[in-house]
Write a protein that binds this ligand. Structure first.
Ligand code: NAD
Length: 498
């Protein structure tokens, strides 16, 4: 029997009333295993209303109460890592170890939220004028919404809601319709941890649900993570409706390899970062820029490693790379490889026709490696979001930096070198939000913030870390005068107070 995934509103499962469902597929078999309910405007309104009701008490609840619940949630999350990872693998397709890694990175943000007391400490200046003190405090916004992508169905929601609810907001999540089950499991664990009904809600669906969240007058802020065209749309629409918005978009992440780099280490890093999670990571390395005469040797080393990657179902412990999310996406990724030669690239490895024996209906694609890719090629210009690595050749460091800075995206980037001076220049000159020095995927730890530049992020706030706390709170400055009983009346003074 097909499993049905419903909404989570006001602390309980609510059956979808629209009669519209989306199919959820096991990418390894191609079989539809689950139907996910798509919310109507009324169902989104019910979730926002539940969150608004809950905010009346949650927004003023003590920090101790909020963090006690988050600590319990952390323990439950830790105990259910495997179960959540299994749900992710069944709907997303990534291998179990990678799914476990995703849960661990999400848990880091829960850790941060458990310690929100430190980040929420205000500031106080005493005696700024005679008998006058000034304090700065931060207060929650109210109901906030999160809209998340398919590629990290547990981690990306956890980039958002732990900090949002720790700071006193209530939350409505609209997860990806392609792999919705992990979000629901997180909702159940939050309830088990003692989170009051309505503080965290999940509505499933498509554009109908998203658009209602973007226009709902009771939604004060929207966090979005997904592709660039939708991020731009979310930012424009939610901003026009007066909401605070952070919208993280797509990427084309470059790795600059200088001639003095350890080429074995660089090849290991390029292969891990390009093909891990089948390239369906916003921080995946999709373009290696080889500087000087190292190109042939580097490509050879990447090829040797890439050819050994074992592709198979995510729940097979011997698999290193799983299938892609949908058949349509698989075919799109394959088209970049089949079209690459005509665009002037050398096809070193062609995975476009790959399949796995016994799982012929799965969304399989093999490893592809394209060399000498011109910057005019679609395979270079587009975010492919699959296991396709482009290698580009340049003569100098400056040419490499200019090439990377010419990209409309600016999420992550990395330099591989033994030259500290070059690495230092790169950190300062490169136009990207996250930089790795001999680190291919520089995802910041939870207590720093994550976010790109240019078309990889719309809005002023990066996500989690200090920016997360700032995004989900607004500042207030209180100026207080308590006259000393001995002062007597101050008298009228129409000048500036001193
Ligand atoms: P997507 O943009 O298609 O979908 C993201 C969310 O937006 C989903 O919940 C989806 O239901 C909703 N959505 C889709 N189309 C919409 C529309 N027309 N109107 C309103 N809502 C809509 O992204 P995806 O395919 O799920 O995820 C992959 C993309 O996410 C990649 O581009 C990847 O780089 C990006 N991503 C970025 C980051 C980051 O931190 N910058 C992290 C993870 C993923």
């Amino acid at each position: 029997m097909t499993k049905i995934v419903n909404h989570w509103i006001g602390g309980k499962t609510v059956e979808g009333a629209s009669g519209t469902y989306g199919p959820v597929t096991d990418p390894a078999t191609g079989a539809v295993t689950t139907k996910v309910a798509f919310a109507t405007v009324d169902e989104v309104d019910a979730a926002v209303a539940a969150a608004k009701d809950a905010y009346a008490t949650w927004g003023t609840s003590s920090l101790a109460k909020r963090t006690t619940i988050l600590f319990k949630f952390r323990a439950l999350l830790d105990a259910h890592r495997d179960e959540i990872a299994e749900l992710i693998t069944a709907e997303h397709g990534k291998v179990h170890s990678d799914a476990l890694g995703e849960v661990a990175r999400g848990l880091e943000i829960v850790d941060l939220a458990c310690g929100i007391t430190v980040q929420l400490k205000g500031e106080l200046s005493t005696e700024v004028a005679s008998r006058v003190d000034v304090s700065s405090i931060r207060q929650p916004l109210g109901v906030v919404a999160g809209i998340t992508p398919f590629n990290f169905p547990a981690m990306v929601p956890m980039w958002m809601f732990p900090i949002a609810i720790a700071t006193g907001n209530t939350f409505v999540l609209k997860p990806s319709e392609k792999d919705p089950s992990a979000a629901l499991k997180l909702a159940e664990l939050l309830a088990e941890a003692g989170l009051p009904d309505g503080v965290f809600n999940v509505v499933h669906g498509d554009k109908v649900a998203v658009d209602r969240l973007l226009e709902h007058p009771d939604v004060k802020a929207v966090s979005f993570v997904g592709s660039t065209p939708i991020a731009r749309y979310i930012h424009t629409t939610a901003s026009a409706n007066g909401k605070r918005v952070q919208a993280l978009g797509g990427a084309k992440n470059h790795m600059l390899v200088l001639p003095d780099a350890d080429l074995d280490a660089a090849a290991d890093a390029a292969v891990s970062a390009a093909y891990g999670s089948a390239g369906e990571r916003c921080m995946a390395i999709s373009a290696v820029v080889a500087v000087g005469a190292i190109g042939d040797e580097l490509v050879q080393k990447i090829r040797e490693r890439a050819e050994k990657i074992k592709i198979g179902p995510g729940n097979d412990p011997t698999s290193e790379m799983g299938p892609l999310i949908t058949k349509v996406h698989r075919d799109k990724v394959a088209s970049y490889v089949t079209g690459a030669a005509a665009e002037g690239a050398e096809v070193v490895l062609d995975g476009s026709g790959y399949t796995v024996e016994g799982f012929e209906d799965g969304h399989w694609i093999g490893i592809s490696l394209l060399d000498k890719v011109p910057t005019t090629a679609k395979a270079y210009q587009d975010e492919i979001f699959g296991p396709v690595l482009c290698v580009l050749r340049v003569d100098t460091y400056d040419e490499g930096v200019a090439l990377i800075n010419g990209s409309p995206f600016g999420n992550g980037t990395a330099i591989f070198t033994r030259d500290g001076g070059a690495a230092r220049r790169f950190q300062l000159e490169i136009e990207a939000g996250m930089v790795g020095v001999n680190v291919p995927i520089p995802v910041p730890v939870g207590y720093h913030s994550f976010g790109g530049w240019k078309d990889s992020l719309f809005g002023d706030h990066h996500i989690y870390g200090n920016d997360g706390t700032h995004f989900y709170t607004r500042g207030k400055v209180v100026t207080t005068r308590w006259p000393d009983p001995a002062d007597g009346p101050g008298g009228v003074d129409l000048g500036f107070p001193r």
